[in-house]
Design a protein around this ligand. Structure first.
Ligand SMILES: O=C(O)CCC(=O)C(=O)O
Ligand SMILES: [Fe+2]
Length: 289
């Protein structure tokens, strides 16, 4: 049997089935349907809009490919934080990061959805390294990576939107891979990228991935998508990661209302994030994501 941690480390991603119990799939699907409806009606402004890959998003084109902050108390959907702090999910993160639950901090929890009026695609990218980075800059950034954070997509419906280049989280791009990832253009065909594969998830499947893996995504407005998209960190990452999570529009995570709505495990994870965040004082912001 393959070892998920070894696969995650070698390939930069690993697919793990069944981190949502079959009973919880409909509960999460229903919660998603409600927040997606609010987003499409323009009632939830924390969203990722078609035409923009990174923030700031704007309202010029309100068709959306993402809903931000699904644990926000104003959405009144406890199913999201209950799942974020659930035992199977926490266990998988502990295994893949090689850490204990007592080291985990709460981070982001968003939702990836199909736009309804436009197909849209994200260009090939690494989340935290610019496409224009030189080979030396890319090498330095890749070498600096530590197992202090992880992100994942958990599909609630069939999802084949994501493409990755396995193993690319450790190596700089070849000249041909650069051609496909330096500009701002989304690909006509993601599989033109040398080494690329399409990631197909069934409902309940989770792909965990290293934020440095080369990846892109293509969204078909006719194919329903509701994919939970979240991250967790190890407190060993320190205040910089905590600040990156909390510095932009996440003041709601510091409210008593949010804290009170969490279970004991969720409160502890949030408290760890806030302790680190508060420990840095007014040092100034790191770069935005
Ligand atoms: O839609 C996806 O699965 C990937 C999203 C992504 O790469 C991003 O938001 O940076
Ligand atoms: Fe990304």
């Amino acid at each position: 049997m393959t070892d998920p941690k070894a696969t995650f480390e070698q390939e930069g991603f690993v697919i793990i089935p069944s981190l949502i119990s079959p009973d919880d799939v409909p509960r999460l699907q229903d919660a998603c349907a409600r927040v997606i409806a609010q987003t499409r009606e323009g009632k939830w402004s924390h969203r990722r809009t078609v035409g923009k890959q990174f923030p700031p998003f704007n309202d010029e084109n309100p068709d959306s490919w993402g809903v931000q902050h699904v644990m926000h108390p104003d959405l009144h959907e406890p199913a999201f934080s209950q799942w974020y702090t659930s035992t199977p999910l926490i266990g998988a993160v502990e295994t893949l990061l090689g850490c204990q639950e007592t080291e985990l901090q709460m981070e982001l929890f968003n939702l990836l959805i199909n736009p309804v009026a436009h197909n849209f695609a994200l260009r090939w990218h690494r989340d935290d390294i610019r496409g224009e980075a030189t080979d030396a800059e890319e090498r330095a950034a890749l070498d600096a990576w530590k197992p202090h954070g992880i992100q994942w997509n958990t599909a609630l419906y069939d999802d084949s939107c994501l493409y990755v280049v396995p193993g690319s989280h450790k190596v700089t791009r070849t000249p041909e891979q650069r051609v496909h990832s330096e500009g701002m253009e989304a690909p006509n065909d993601p599989l033109d990228m040398p080494g690329a594969i399409q990631v197909s998830l069934k409902p309940g499947d989770t792909v965990f991935y290293n934020s440095n893996i080369l990846h892109c995504a293509a969204y078909d407005c006719k194919a329903p998508r509701a994919t939970l998209h979240a991250s967790m960190g190890n407190i060993a990452a320190g205040s910089v990661r905590a600040r990156n999570v909390l510095q932009h529009g996440l003041s709601w995570m510091k409210t008593d209302e949010f804290h009170e709505g969490l279970d004991a495990r969720g409160k502890a994870m949030l408290d760890r994030l806030l302790v680190l965040y508060n420990s840095v004082g007014e040092v100034g912001y790191s770069q935005s994501g």
